[in-house]
Design a protein around this ligand. Sequence first.
Ligand code: PMP
Ligand code: GLN
Length: 387
Amino acid sequence: MSKSPFPLTSRLPAVGTTVFSVMSALAAEKKAVNLGQGFPDFSCDPALIDEVTRAMQQGLNQYPPMTGVPALRHAIAAKIMALYGSHYDADQEITITAGATQAIMTAILCCVHPGDEVIVIEPAYDSYVPSITLAGGVPVLVQMAVTSAGYAIPWDRVASAVSSKTRLIMINSPHNPTGSILRAADLTALADIVRDTKILVLSDEVYEHMVFDGQSHESVCRHAELAARAFVVSSFGKTYHVTGWKVGYVAAPKAMSAEFRKVHQFNVFTVNTPVQHGLAHYMARTEAYLGLPTFYQRKRDAFRAGLAGSRFTLLPADGTFFQCVGYAQISSLPEAEFAIWLTSEIGVAAIPISAFYQQPKESGIVRFCFAKEEATLQAAVSKLAGV
Ligand code: PMP
Ligand code: GLN
């Protein structure tokens, strides 16, 4: 069919296809090594597949409870207590979601009313601003500062962005795309800003188990004052190398979880039953997530060592499975064009950091994903080293 007789007025007029889909398609077309979209090219633990298969074979294939399978909620509450020392009631304060993306959308929908302002730190994961827009909220953007020491949040600018309409501040640590992490002083600065206000916090912690060099993940769960007003979001996709399963969760105080669940039940109602049962059993193997820093640090170090003699400049990579690199010595192209050139001509796909800003900002930096087999990283390094 050609022209629609029923044209829609877009609710997201500025939005096109995500940069991740675009760059993955280009990588496939050009047969490039895909270090663009963030996903592992290796399999998850076969024991996890066995757990999910067993659940299916046991007939656990109908709707689970709306808030999630109890065993999974209890395993999550126990993990949060063990790692961050904070108590969340498994029945009232943990909800299983269809990945972090749905958790973020639902959290925003349940507390942001038309005209409310939401502070977003840029560069920001690409779902944040559209989720705010769909809720009728107004994104208020504060840019991270970038120096050779890496990216950091200028808390004085966050404080200046607060107004009487601010309803929510969104943070993300470890941070996509920059690989930076928040430290205890950052959470103290945030607490100073929201104290004596009604501002809520949404903390996206999907990379919570990928923090390197012996540093700790400063979960908002650890910080009682912030936790009392926070939706804390995580995702099993990142932790267990199963990004396609799309199962995550949100931990939030009782009253906030109650509002979250009101929206959740009409947003998705429930999430894949056998996967939840499989994850609940598999979570007993704590080494699977406790071993992740070592596992990914090895990949990060191999990738960085491979690029050390190249003309790319390596930014610090304290967390996530992303490595940002500056390319000023190679090209003066804008980031999106450079990423396309790198994919098409050199054969390695990357993501431009400008895609994580509402108004494209050029810093001469692109992001590589190192959640890849050693052979994949070596193939990429051999192409990038000569650029
Ligand atoms: N937040 C961040 C920072 C992410 O990188 C991702 C993964 N793409 C998500 C949220 C979404 O996670 P999920 O795939 O579980 O929806
Ligand atoms: N989180 C992944 C990334 O940043 C991609 C997720 C997606 O494709 N939407 O690369």
